[in-house]
Design a protein around this ligand. Sequence first.
Ligand code: GRF
Length: 196
Amino acid sequence: MLKLAVLVSGGGSNLQAIIEAINQQSLFATIVTVIADRPCYGIERAKAVNIPTYLADRKIYRQNLSSKIAEFIPEDCDLIVLAGFLSILNQNFIQRFNGKIINIHPSLLPKHGGAGMWGLKAHQAVLDAGDTESGCSVHFVTEEIDGGKVILQTKVDVLPNDTANDLQQRVLNVEYPTLIATIKTFYNENVRFNNE
Ligand code: GRF
């Protein structure tokens, strides 16, 4: 069974999708810890179902945030899922868990990724660019923000009168199955570490 650590900063709806997929036995995994970098609803969702949680407040740990988080990730953890996690993990962290960290991003990378491209900003950038399609990408985390190898993407249409909020909701609806499907690919050990 895959052992997952899930890192959150916000509403945690992707975390909830993982919890539900596990409960419905569609995903053969267990969440060993949920770690947040700020107080947020995501960590409350984990507490509600008795998953061990840890709040590594970014305002307290600042430069030490990554090493503090690493302390709470068990050695035998198979996969670290960044599910709406907004802090940048440092080089030591990424090297230590090389090939075992994935992130979900709400655009079709390499479009509209990188520093500052989070939340509604990514969706607004899609609208400003006049793109006719958007979607989500699950990718390996490397030192380049949103620059690691893409594992799975799902597309959605951009509709003529879409606001950033409309697009965010349409993309979120495809994020959940895309994230679950990606995690399932890690049943195969060869996928882990194959992030080149
Ligand atoms: C999602 O859109 C995800 O792609 C991005 O942050 C958002 C998190 O949403 N990285 P939630 O906290 O899972 O509801």
